[in-house]
Design a protein around this ligand. Structure first.
Ligand code: F6P
Length: 366
């Protein structure tokens, strides 16, 4: 009988999940292993709901968005409720997962996910399931890897939106605010803001003040630029303030962020008499197919994950590091703390050097 591995996709979806599944199945097939895919993330492991994934089913997956396996960021495996706020898996859930893993004759599991899903993976690993990880999240906030897949595709979508906002903002001499995802990390906003040429970039890691934003608008007015593009992360906040929630907190779920764009628009209009328009990009950033960079990353990550299993390196996750384009690190070194934009990040310094505002300096009182 052939050796058999399992794969599941957990947490929020993003472009490239199918490309990883394809790479895993193709690499496993080459080793003469069979692959099954659990449906709906970890829930599929618990309910023994899975499909057989063979080479023939891998057609047209490289560029297909979403995940053919389905995913979930809530339910019986929800262990993360905020930054560093982790719960232990229910012992019954842990025991049933381990039992199903063995009953299905699996050699190992490939867990594709972000901080929450890989935290679950780490707990299952410590509970006795041999597994490896693949780092996924548009937020790019996992420690130990410079890039997670999905990030470049989200940035590309956000950059395109900023390009489009430019033409309409310029035509109407308007202040346009675009609110971007990323939760507590500002990577999407920083990269999209820089690549799209935003004039103000507001990140969760650098609390802003309204005077500073207005100073940038005024500076541009004085230079004859009567429009301003403000890119703001959903997790950004005013100095001394707190994040804006899109709804009430739910038990065992991460907070839903959203609304900071509208808040900034209201404040700018009230304080400085400037009309603003707001665009919330939302889940568009997670939809559609992966960019070329993400396709390459997904392919390399998927192949690396299978090679880690072949080499018995359980508890490891594929990672992208500058010195070692695709290597591997321990999952436990990647989860539990987020990789955030440091205020002294070179990209932040370049943005500042070019005269962009990060919303935290006041050069002149208005
Ligand atoms: O973690 C990915 C992400 O898209 C965040 O950027 C965002 O805050 C969150 O997920 C949205 O989650 P949901 O799809 O549950 O609304």
């Amino acid at each position: 009988m052939k050796e058999r591995i399992g794969i599941l996709t957990g947490g929020g979806d993003c472009p490239g999940l199918n490309a990883v599944i394809r790479a895993v199945v193709k690499t496993a097939t080459k080793l003469d292993w069979e692959t099954i895919g659990f449906l709906g993330g970890y829930e599929g492991l618990l309910d023994k709901e899975y499909i057989h994934l063979d080479y023939k089913k891998m057609d047209s997956l490289l560029n297909r968005g979403g995940t053919i396996l389905g995913t979930s960021n809530k339910g019986r495996f929800a262990v993360k409720t905020g930054v560093g706020q982790l719960n232990q898996l229910d012992p019954n859930v842990m025991a049933a997962s381990l039992r199903n893993f063995h009953e299905l004759g699996l050699k190992a599991l490939v867990c594709v996910g972000g901080d929450g899903s890989l935290t679950i993976a780490q707990q299952l690993f410590e509970g006795g399931i041999p597994l490896v990880g693949v780092p996924k999240t548009i937020d790019n906030d996992l420690e130990g890897t410079l890039l997670t897949f999905g990030f470049d595709s989200a940035v590309s979508c956000a950059m395109d939106a900023i390009d489009r906002l430019h033409t309409t903002a310029e035509s109407h001499n308007r202040i346009m605010i675009v609110e971007l995802m990323g939760r507590y990390a500002g990577w999407i906003t920083l990269w999209a803001g820089v690549s799209g040429g935003a004039d103000v970039i507001l990140l969760p890691e650098i609390p802003f003040n309204y005077q500073s934003i207005y100073a940038q608008i005024q500076k541009r007015e004085e230079m004859g630029k009567h429009f301003t593009i403000i890119a703001v992360s959903e997790g950004a906040r005013e100095q001394g303030g707190s994040v804006t929630l899109a709804g009430p907190l739910e038990a065992n779920r991460e907070a839903k962020l959203g609304g900071i764009g509208d808040k900034i628009a209201k404040e700018i209009t009230t304080r400085f008499g400037k009309e603003c328009r707001v665009c919330v990009l939302g889940h568009l950033q997670r939809g559609g197919g992966p960019t070329s960079l993400d396709r390459v990353l997904c392919t390399a990550f998927g192949a690396t994950a299978v090679n880690l299993i072949r080499d018995g390196k359980f508890g490891y996750m594929a990672a992208f590091t500058p010195s070692n384009v695709v290597g591997a690190i321990k999952i436990k070194d990647a989860v539990g703390k987020l990789r955030l934009v440091r205020p002294d990040n070179p990209m932040v310094a370049c943005a500042r050097a070019m005269g962009l505002s990060l919303g935290d300096e006041v050069t002149q009182e208005y």
